[in-house]
Design a protein. Structure first.
Ligand code: FAD
Length: 358
C-alpha cells in the first residue's frame, strides 16, 4: 500500500487556517485513490480546537506537536518536529501537501531538500495517476510508476498548464494556494477512533538561530478578502484612487462584502496589497465577483475565475473579461455603479439569490 497522504496544517493564534481545511478536502480524494489514510500534522500550542477542526474536515490520523515554543511559526523549530517525526517512519508519506502561503513557501522546500524529493509550488490541480518513464540520461529513473502525484500549475506566463511529476521518491510534495480548492463539508461531530499521535519534540541549539522579535499581523488579519461572499473589485478603469470610494459604496449594499483590486492599482498605490486578487495576490471564490474597470488579464483571471457569479463592468466591449464573465455590462463605471447602487437601495435587497435571478 502507498504511504499516507499528509497535510501539514497551518495555524494562527492556535486556529487552523482555511487553506489546511481545503487541502484536507482535496487530500481525501487522493487518499481514496491510493487506498491510503489521510493524515494531518498539527504544530502549535494549545491546539485542541485545531485538532478537532482537522478531524471534522476529514483527517483520519493526526500527528500533534504541541509546545509553547511552537505557538508562532518558526522555520527551524517547525522543520525540526516534522523531519524528526517523518524520518522515524518505515514508509514515508506518499504525498505531502502544504499551503502556498508565506509559511508553506518557507517550510516546504526545507522538508523537500531534506528528503531529496521534488516539490511543485503554486499547484492548482492535484490527482493520482500512472506514469511511464521510458528514456533519459539517468537510467535508474526508467520504469513504470502506477501511482504518481500529478501536480498541475500554470506555466509560461499562465499560457500553459504543466503537469509536474516526481515519482522517484516519496513524499511527493506540492504547495497549493489558499482558495484554489473548496473547503470540505465539516462533520458536526468528531468521529470516534481517530488516532492522535503526540510526536516527540527534541529541539537542538541550532534551532534557536532565528528568534522572533515582533509579530505584525493586524493589517492582514483585518482584511481577509478570501472569506467574503461578495467582492467588488476595481481596476485601472477607475481612473484614480478616488474611484475606490465608489467600490466601497457598492460593496456596502451587500452583506459580508469587501473591495478588491487588480495588481495595476495596487502598484499605483490606489489600494494596498492585501486586497490584490490574482496570480501574485489572493485566490478568491466568492458568491459574486463584480469586476469594475478590470481588463481581465490572465494573471488577474487565475485569482477569481472560480467565483460563482462574475459580473464585469467595462466600457470596452472587447475587453477580455467579457469572455469569461457570467454577466457583462458595457459602460462607464461612473455611470453603471451609481445606477446599481440606486437600484439595490431602492429594492433594499442585499440578498444574493435575488440578484442572481436578474
Ligand atoms: P488594465 O489592463 O489597464 O485595464 C483597465 C480596463 O478598464 C480596460 O479594460 C478598460 O477598457 C477599462 N476602463 C477604462 N476606463 C473605464 C471606465 N471609465 N469604465 C469602465 N471601464 C473602463 N494583475 C492582477 O490583477 N493580479 C495579479 O496578481 C497579477 N500578477 C501578475 C504577475 C505577473 C508575473 C505579471 C507579469 C503580471 C501580473 N498582473 C497581475 C498584471 C496583469 O498582467 C495586468 O497588467 C493587470 O491585471 C491589469 O490591471 P487592470 O485590469 O486594472 O488594468
Amino acid at each position: 500500500m502507498a504511504g499516507e497522504v499528509l497535510v501539514v496544517a497551518e495555524q494562527v493564534n492556535s486556529q487552523v487556517a482555511n487553506v489546511t481545511l481545503e487541502l484536507l478536502g482535496e487530500g481525501k480524494k487522493l487518499a481514496r485513490k491510493l487506498g491510503s489514510p489521510l493524515s494531518c500534522f498539527v504544530i502549535g500550542h494549545n491546539m485542541e480546537a485545531a485538532v478537532d477542526a482537522v478531524i471534522r474536515a476529514g483527517a483520519e490520523k493526526v500527528y500533534l506537536a504541541d509546545h509553547p515554543e511552537l505557538a508562532e511559526y518558526k522555520t527551524l523549530h517547525y522543520r525540526r518536529v516534522i523531519l524528526d517525526e517523518l524520518s522515524s517512519w518505515a514508509t514515508p508519506p506518499h504525498t505531502l501537501l502544504m499551503g502556498s502561503t508565506t509559511t508553506g513557501r518557507d517550510l516546504a522546500p526545507r522538508v523537500a531538500a531534506f528528503f531529496e524529493t521534488g516539490l511543485t509550488a503554486d499547484t492548482i490541480e492535484l490527482d493520482i495517476g500512472p506514469y511511464e518513464h521510458t528514456s533519459g540520461i539517468d537510467q535508474t529513473k526508467i520504469g513504470y510508476f502506477p501511482e504518481c502525484l500529478y501536480a498541475s500549475r500554470p506555466s509560461f506566463g499562465e499560457s500553459l498548464k504543466a503537469r509536474i511529476l516526481g515519482p522517484w521518491k516519496d513524499p511527493q510534495m506540492a504547495t497549493i494556494r489558499p482558495g484554489v480548492f473548496a473547503k470540505p463539508e465539516m462533520l458536526t461531530e468528531k468521529p470516534e477512533g481517530v488516532e492522535i499521535k503526540k510526536v516527540a519534540i527534541n529541539f537542538q541549539p541550532s534551532d534557536y538561530r532565528i528568534t522572533i522579535k515582533e509579530t505584525l499581523r493586524e493589517l492582514e488579519g483585518k482584511i481577509d478578502i478570501t472569506a467574503a461572499d461578495v467582492i467588488v473589485a476595481g481596476g485601472y478603469g477607475l481612473g484614480s484612487a478616488d474611484g475606490v470610494n465608489l467600490l466601497k459604496d457598492l460593496a456596502a449594499c451587500f452583506e459580508n462584502s469587501v473591495v478588491g483590486a487588480s495588481r495595476k492599482i495596487v502598484d499605483l498605490g490606489w489600494m494596498t496589497y492585501p486586497y490584490q486578487v490574482g496570480q501574485t495576490g489572493k485566490t478568491v471564490r466568492p458568491k459574486i465577483y463584480i469586476a469594475c474597470g478590470i481588463s481581465g488579464a490572465l494573471q488577474h483571471r487565475v485569482g477569481m475565475q472560480k467565483s460563482e457569479l462574475i459580473i464585469a463592468i467595462n466600457r470596452d466591449p472587447d475587453a477580455p473579461i467579457f469572455s469569461f464573465a457570467d454577466q457583462g455590462i458595457v459602460g462607464d463605471v461612473y455611470h453603471v455603479i451609481p445606477e446599481m447602487i440606486k437600484q439595490l437601495q431602492e429594492k433594499n435587497t442585499s440578498k444574493l439569490a435575488e440578484l442572481k435571478v436578474k
